[in-house]
Design a binder for this molecule. Structure first.
Ligand code: UD1
Ligand code: CA
Length: 454
């Protein structure tokens, strides 16, 4: 069954106190609206229509979902008026699902259940029972418990305001029904708005059944109106990620101190200490240990890797049995082959480090290729940039680079070659030879230290 999804996102979001349109504020690193689009796009034969108004061009530019269509609502005259703007884009026999750009955590199975209930003589409405229903539209039922209407808070009588079952705003119905009812909705109400909720009374009057469904969690239908609600939903989302990881066999030092802003795929028997932040697509093998305060972005980490505290890893591939950190920075294009070690205050970029090789302390290695079992001494720098172009450094298997060496690229240090500490290497060092540029040491006997002038 074809589903046309209409996402309302024209509102201003005044209470966010922000220059950024509300639906572009991020939850788990992605815009609120993107969550709704990514989830609903998974429905079979889905077509996504986003109704924009405030900040329309900014919203249009910020989202990347294929086949997305934007419809502008120049003036916000109410939720029914918003849906009306999308009417010309609806397919003839589709099911229409109404969602909201500021209600990010709606779940796919809830949407599937909603769409599954729509037929020629039935529509679906998502409701929730709240302890404090203030502000929401209330669900009115007759004596047989059939839904007959929704009344908005501002139009409700004191008795109606006692009703705890509220409208989440999410509904599903056939395009044919929507075409029939939507143009008949007026704006004679307390707010002078075209209420989409009036569709329920029209459906009821035409003999259409209104099937109500409930979400698994209240957070699924929680909207974001201010930054406090945004933070609450973020924490809910992150706790769900933490639970998913624990269920998959990951030990978390503290489920409340983990942030997953993207997709994290994890093997089992991993340990993640506090304040780990994962961004983009991260894949962890098994038996991985991640120390406190690490940020890992778009990277693949192999089995039995140890990442020590305060490491920053982006766009890297780390093979099995490597040790990284503490305080290591692996930048994009870093590949560590099995058993490599990158220690404290070491930065790597566009560099392949061969099997078992070590860069243990205070180094910068960029645009380089290191063979197996290389030892790079403390304070080694690849001078890869001449101010205009980047050049490559190659280091062969079993080479030994003495401490405080500058490798001025392009340059090659051969297999089993040695570079003496403190050298500035500007020419290739052949296999098995020693390269050394150090000035010879002079010792001066009887040296008198200067004395202080009084
Ligand atoms: C709406 C429902 C209410 C429900 C509540 C759930 C109506 C009339 N009322 O009330 O029953 O309990 O949601 O949160 O539908 N929007 C547009 N264009 C417009 C008006 C609104 O795109 O012209 C968008 C807003 O950006 C927002 C959403 O629709 O994302 C809801 O609009 P809002 O005015 O906040 O409706 P509520 O008063 O919350
Ligand atoms: Ca609202």
């Amino acid at each position: 069954m074809a589903t046309d999804i209409v996402v309302l996102a024209a509102g201003k979001g005044t209470r966010m106190k922000s220059a950024l349109p509300k639906v572009l504020h991020t939850l788990a690193g992605r815009p609120l609206l993107q969550h709704v689009l990514t989830t609903s796009a998974q429905l079979p034969d889905a077509r996504l229509l986003v109704v924009t108004g405030h900040g329309a061009s900014e919203v249009n530019g910020a989202l990347n979902t294929e086949g997305l269509l934007f419809v502008e609502q120049p003036e916000q005259l109410g939720t029914a008026h918003a849906v009306l703007q999308a009417m010309p884009e609806l397919r003839q026999d589709s099911t229409v699902l109404i969602l909201y750009g500021d209600v990010p955590l709606i779940a796919l199975d809830t949407l599937e259940a909603m769409v599954g209930e729509v037929s020629e003589d039935q529509m679906a409405l998502l409701t929730v029972v709240l302890e404090n229903p203030v502000g929401y539209g209330r669900i009115l039922r007759d004596q047989q418990q059939r839904v007959v209407a929704i009344v908005e808070e501002k139009d409700a009588t004191p008795e109606q305001r006692l009703i705890a079952e509220v409208n989440t705003g999410v509904l599903a119905l056939s395009a044919a029904q929507l075409r029939n009812w939507l143009p008949r909705i007026g704006n004679e109400n307390a707010q002078g708005e075209y209420y989409l909720t009036d569709i329920i009374a029209l459906a009821c009057a035409s003999g259409t059944r209104i099937k109500t469904l409930q979400p698994h969690h209240q957070e699924e239908v929680q909207g974001v109106n201010n930054r406090q609600q945004l933070a609450e939903l973020e924490r809910f989302y992150q706790l769900q990620q933490a639970r998913r990881l624990m269920a998959a066999g990951v030990t978390l030092a503290d489920p409340a101190r983990l942030d997953v802003r993207g997709e994290l795929h994890s093997g089992s028997d991993n340990f993640i200490d506090i304040n780990a932040v994962f961004e983009g697509r991260v894949v962890l093998g098994s038996q991985v240990s991640i120390g406190p305060n690490c940020q890992i972005i778009d990277s693949v980490i192999g089995d039995n890797v140890e990442i020590k505290a305060n490491s920053h890893i982006e766009g890297a591939e780390v093979a099995a049995d490597c040790v990284v950190g503490p305080f290591a920075r692996l930048r994009p294009g870093t590949v560590l082959e099995a058993g490599a070690k990158v220690g404290n205050f070491v930065e790597t970029k566009q560099t392949r480090v061969g099997k078992g090789s070590k860069i243990n302390h205070l180094s910068y290695v960029g645009d380089a290729q290191l063979g197996a079992q290389v030892n790079v001494g403390a304070g080694t720098i690849t001078c890869n940039y001449d101010g205009v172009n980047k050049h490559r450094t190659e280091i062969g298997d079993n080479a030994f680079i003495g401490s405080n060496t500058s490798l001025v690229a392009p340059v090659r240090v051969g297999k089993m070659a040695t570079v003496g500490a403190g050298s500035t290497i500007t020419r290739d060092v052949p296999d098995e030879q020693l390269g050394l540029t150090r000035a010879e040491q002079k010792n001066i006997a009887g040296w008198q230290r200067p004395v202080k002038n009084t």
